[in-house]
Design a protein around this ligand. Structure first.
Ligand SMILES: [Zn+2]
Length: 100
């Protein structure tokens, strides 16, 4: 037997005075049926404030999606991987567009 960790992430944009404890109250913690014989069991809730002052996260300079720079320490899992080139941040999709 082996075990896969399945990470499905959401970004929630809220007002500055939003109480993050509301998030837990409105989430579904049910197990996830994958197929007739396999069910993924609920494991953990992680709520992380995306703030580039404290974490390796920033917004893509082109599409404004959250990314984590794979060339810097402690990349965040659960948001797209990105890179900085000449002072601009690229998500994978925008980097592909740049290369065309
Ligand atoms: Zn982008």
């Amino acid at each position: 037997m082996k075990t896969y960790l399945i990470v499905k992430s959401y970004c929630l944009e809220v007002e500055d005075n939003y109480d993050p404890s509301y998030i837990r109250e409105h989430l579904n913690f049910d197990n996830l049926k994958i197929d007739e014989t396999h069910t993924a069991k609920w494991n953990e809730l992680r709520v992380l404030l995306l703030d580039s002052r404290y974490h390796n996260c920033m917004k893509c300079s082109f599409c404004n999606s959250w990314i984590s720079d794979i060339n810097k320490d402690y990349p965040i899992t659960g948001i797209s991987k990105g890179v900085e080139i000449d002072g601009l941040y690229y998500c994978a999709q925008c980097l592909d567009e740049k290369k065309k």
